[in-house]
Design a protein around this ligand. Structure first.
Ligand SMILES: Cc1ncc(COP(=O)(O)O)c(C=O)c1O
Length: 435
């Protein structure tokens, strides 16, 4: 949209109260934070009447458009019929969704456990892996993100997201497969996947040698869309199994076609996860968390376990409706097509603007790492903030990530068009021009 069409910003009552009555840790984007009041398709509106193209979807969570009429109708009908049951009774949306998930997940994944968030999904996966193997140690990656429970927080690989030290023993961090900033100073053509070998080294030197699981995001989301090189997960799976561990893929950000062509990000590598977790885009904004395991793993979960809102019929209906829509509108293909177009345009911006150090991602999960100098790769988080302010002025919302916020993250809707991409590119171009 033309920036001159933007209305004058008024001081938002909602923002004022947010600052006064919420924990300060609930930080908002922008020098003058905005309060959103309405969403429709790819667009949202703030309480001053300004419209924005939403290219972050509340952190890759609004996946098929704000207030999508198909999803909303399904949710409203279910809400009118039956809102809550608890897991003490079966409900058809939960049973149907579990059956569908067993069908679309790779390998032998079969049995689901539903919760309300990605944190709980990862906690469930770690618990299930420990119970199934009888072992207690988990290998995760530096730069990873798992959430904010005691277990998830102990897994997080960012000091900025760790307000407390590790609360759970036995979680160890291998080096990230971060090719742009290779922790071993190598390049993908000469490294022999040294980062995968680091998983072996970490197991052999910092654990008992026998682990419960390796857990990773196929593309590291909060880490700044770090894409592991070809062959990485295959080698890590081999090492993990040799040391008795299960393979857990955290698809909280990478699931549901986001990476293009496939339902799940891990399907771009030739591995067979024992457990997959997800949340976010699965419900298009409805709280949902999900852990699926092979029967061999799930059946070893002894005794009772319970999540009050797990399998809630309204969330389950939303999940089913999202999957149906992705299938019927062929959005996995759309993610690949529009994502490739977006990537091409981003590479053009990289040619034009020295501030761009790296462009990376898959499908409609594309990130841009900014640097002060392409030789030294000195991070440029201040430039990220500049681009944020300008894109907002241009009527476009984006996200950020990477340690200290040095990477611009975009997570456009899975049903975005090339015209939406053009609008985003124009705003980014204006932002980079100021850097
Ligand atoms: C990869 C990944 N796992 C887990 C989580 C935690 O999800 P939630 O915030 O829903 O608890 C997140 C959240 O951003 C995530 O990106």
């Amino acid at each position: 949209m033309n920036p001159t069409e933007q209305k004058k910003t008024t001081v938002s009552e909602a923002v004022k109260k947010h600052k006064e009555f919420l924990f300060p840790a609930v930080a908002m984007y922008y020098q003058e934070p905005i309060a959103l009041v309405k969403g429709e398709g790819e667009y949202v509106w703030d309480d001053a009447g300004n419209r924005y193209l939403d290219c972050f979807g509340g952190v890759l969570t609004v996946s098929v458009g704000h207030a999508n009429p198909r999803i909303n109708t399904a949710i409203i009908e279910q809400t009118k019929t039956l809102q809550h049951t608890s897991a003490l009774y079966a409900n058809k949306p939960q049973s149907d969704l579990a059956e569908k998930l067993a069908e679309i997940t790779p390998g032998d994944l079969k049995k689901s456990f539903f919760t309300s968030s990605g944190t709980e999904a990862d906690d469930t996966a770690i618990m299930a892996a420990k119970l199934a193997t009888g072992r207690g140690e988990i290998v995760v990656l530096r730069h990873s993100y798992s959430g904010r429970s005691a277990t998830a927080l102990s897994s997080v690989g960012h000091s900025t997201w760790r307000p407390l030290p590790s609360q759970v023993a036995g979680i160890v961090h291998a080096r990230a497969p971060y090719c742009y900033r290779c922790p071993f100073g190598m390049t993908p053509d000469n490294c022999g996947a040294a980062c995968a070998e680091d998983v072996r080294d970490v197991i052999e030197t910092t654990t008992t040698g026998e682990i419960a699981a390796f857990m990773a995001e196929p593309i590291m989301g909060v880490g700044g869309f770090i894409v592991p090189p070809a062959g990485y997960f295959e080698r890590v799976e081999e090492i993990t199994r040799k040391h008795g561990g299960l393979f857990i893929a955290d698809e909280v950000q990478t699931g549901w076609g986001r990476t293009g062509d496939k339902w799940f990000g891990i399907e771009h590598w030739d591995v067979k996860p024992d457990i997959i977790t997800s949340a976010k885009g699965m419900g298009n904004g409805v709280p949902i968390g999900w852990t699926i395991a092979t029967a061999a793993v799930a059946d070893k979960f002894p005794g009772l376990t319970f999540a009050t809102f797990g399998g809630n019929p309204v969330s389950m209906t939303a999940g089913l409706a999202v999957i149906k829509l992705i299938e019927e509108e062929d959005l996995r293909t759309n993610c690949k097509t529009v994502g490739d177009y977006f990537r091409e345009k981003l590479e053009e911006l990289k040619e034009k603007h020295q501030i761009i150090g790296d462009v990376r991602g898959m499908g409609l999960m594309q990130g841009i790492e900014l640097v002060k100098n392409r030789e030294t790769k000195e991070p440029a988080p201040e430039a990220v903030l500049k681009v944020f302010e300008e894109t907002k002025r241009q009527g476009v919302l984006i996200g950020k990530g990477g340690l200290y916020g040095k990477v611009i993250r975009t997570g456009m809707m899975l049903n975005s068009t090339k015209a939406n991409v053009d609008e985003l590119i124009k705003a980014l171009d204006a932002g980079f021009t100021l850097c």
